[in-house]
Design a protein around this ligand. Structure first.
Ligand code: ZN
Length: 128
């Protein structure tokens, strides 16, 4: 099943913007991750900031991979189709998570098995 090509164009733009944003964020984070201090208290403080930064980088890198995979799917024409069951992903879900690669059912199943997530909503809570 295919999505209308003008819709596809909108998603390509959204995904490209998101990719640019994430690449920018990840580039800035590189600086935080290597920050150093001679003071031991600062060292501890920096270490936890670094841990947090690394967690964020992990999440943003994972998201970036999903966004890039979404762009590839736009180019090969499989965008909007679930990679597991090959059914169309609902337009509502794509509007909320444009880089979604699975329909909601397959995503829920994947989340239960601890595989990569299609959306970031729960990660924000768990990261704290
Ligand atoms: Zn599916």
């Amino acid at each position: 099943m295919k999505t209308a090509s003008n819709d596809m164009h909108g998603f390509q733009e959204i995904l490209e913007l998101k990719r640019t944003e994430l690449v920018g964020v990840l580039r800035r984070r590189d600086g935080i991750a290597i920050e150093k201090s001679a003071d031991q208290m600062d060292e501890i403080q920096y270490a936890s900031e670094r841990d947090l930064a690394i967690q964020n980088v992990d999440r943003e890198s994972a998201l970036l991979r999903q966004v890039q995979a979404g762009l590839r799917r736009i180019h090969d024409g499989s965008f909007g189709t679930c990679i597991e069951c090959e059914w169309a992903i609902s337009p509502k879900r794509l509007a909320a998570v444009p880089w979604a690669s699975r329909c909601i059912k397959c995503q829920e199943a994947a989340d239960r098995y601890g595989q990569e997530r299609g959306d970031e909503s729960e990660d924000l809570v768990n990261a704290a």
